[in-house]
Design a protein around this ligand. Structure first.
Ligand code: AMP
Ligand code: MG
Length: 370
């Protein structure tokens, strides 16, 4: 009974967040217009898509990953938004990439003083807050370690001595001082890597653009980050499949049905180095300097805030299952799905109504947790 009550409370909190997000980022419809929209939606549900409504989609490469965008709505508007969204993603990458020369992060890492734009200042402050909240599992000053490991390029791990020489990492607390329009620089020896949150924040910004339009819906995929706006053409929630970390691309463990939420997955199967029988993944434990000794293969976070989903999926992967569940119970503003090394798939109970497990898949055991 109590479980059900908690479940309801969680779900309504998540949905309230999604609604707030929508209202906050879009325009609030005048009442009469809203009533007309409800009627139009009801008619569409009866008679299917409006003749003018169409799906426009494109795949492009940005932020070191494959991105795709599907938009449902008026053709001209959808085509124009597709261009604007892709341009915005490139523009944000040009500010937040660690590796693109002359990005704000590259200039800060080179010791320059940079006058921060509003989006970058907000992202730096959010990264600092996430680091405090996760007890350092998320640490945006991890850059020297990321450079040393160079996962994806290197063919062997660095030595213990090289890793130890970079520890402890500088505290990212100073990022809380970041202010839009103000000059900002990093303390001596400190370098930033926003790879754990940048895609999520880019997704937030792109979704603001999409929600301000009159599109019926959109689905944005930025590597491990998926964001849904509104609904599919048939008025149903978007369906997002969660991958089996051991499977081929097509094998899935569960399916989420969502509207107006962000989903981020971090795992050990996207970018890694296999060396002498050991797998080293691209997420690092900021305390030890090594990939985390975790009991998790992947973590998926569902949140109304894309950057939070992104940063938390990275942090919870470092923390491991039990600390992550304790964190989830305490936070109360997101939901998650964990895939463990001993082949369990554990979803938090707020997802009970919108998640279906692919029972029988890959020898996994499936459960909801409270
Ligand atoms: P994600 O794929 O979102 O989990 O982010 C992984 C990326 O975040 C890595 O490629 C690094 O650039 C960066 N990263 C790795 N470990 C951490 C960490 N513990 N905290 C913050 N960022 C990290
Ligand atoms: Mg992340």
């Amino acid at each position: 009974m109590q479980k059900n009550g908690q479940n309801e409370e969680r779900k309504s909190r998540l949905l309230a967040c999604a609604k707030q997000n929508r209202a906050g980022c879009g325009r609030l419809l005048p009442l009469r217009l809203a009533a007309a929209a409800v009627l139009a939606a009801a008619l569409l549900a009866l008679f299917g898509c409006s003749a003018k409504e169409t799906e426009v989609s494109e795949t492009f490469f940005v932020m070191d990953t494959v991105a795709s965008l599907r938009l449902i709505g008026d053709k001209e508007q959808a085509e124009s938004l597709l261009e604007q969204a892709a341009a915005l993603a490139q523009e944000l990458e040009a500010r937040w990439s660690r590796t693109l020369p002359d990005s704000s992060i590259d200039r800060l890492n080179a010791g320059e003083t940079v006058v921060l734009d509003q989006e970058t200042a907000a992202l730096l402050a959010q990264a600092a807050a996430l680091s405090v909240e996760t007890g350092g599992a998320f640490t945006p000053t991890v850059s020297p370690l990321v450079e040393l490991w160079n996962i994806g390029e290197a063919d062997s791990p660095p030595s213990r001595e090289e890793i130890a020489a970079l520890l402890p990492l500088p505290s990212p607390d100073f990022l809380a001082q970041a202010r839009a329009g103000q000059p900002f620089s990093l303390p001596e020896g400190c370098r930033l890597d926003l790879g754990g949150v940048a895609k999520g924040e880019a997704a937030n910004r792109i979704c603001v653009l999409l929600r301000e339009s009159s599109l019926r819906g959109a689905l944005l995929v930025l590597g491990g980050q998926v964001s849904c706006v509104g609904t599919r053409a048939d008025g149903e929630p978007w369906r997002i499949a969660l991958r089996d970390p051991d499977g081929q691309q097509g094998e899935t463990l569960a399916e989420l049905r969502l509207t107006d939420l962000h989903i981020a997955t971090s795992g050990d199967y996207e970018r890694y180095l296999d060396f002498e029988g050991v797998r080293y993944c691209h997420i690092l434990d900021p305390e030890t300097g090594w990939p985390p000794e975790t009991d998790l293969r992947s973590v998926t976070v569902v949140s109304s805030d894309g950057a939070r989903a992104d940063g938390l999926s990275t942090a919870l992967f470092v923390m491991g299952l039990e600390p992550s569940l304790a964190f989830w119970r305490e936070a109360g503003d997101f939901e998650a799905v964990f895939v463990t090394s001993d082949r369990r798939v554990i979803a938090t109970e707020g997802l009970a109504d919108c998640l279906s497990f692919s029972n029988g898949a890959g020898g996994y055991r499936f459960e909801f947790t409270a």
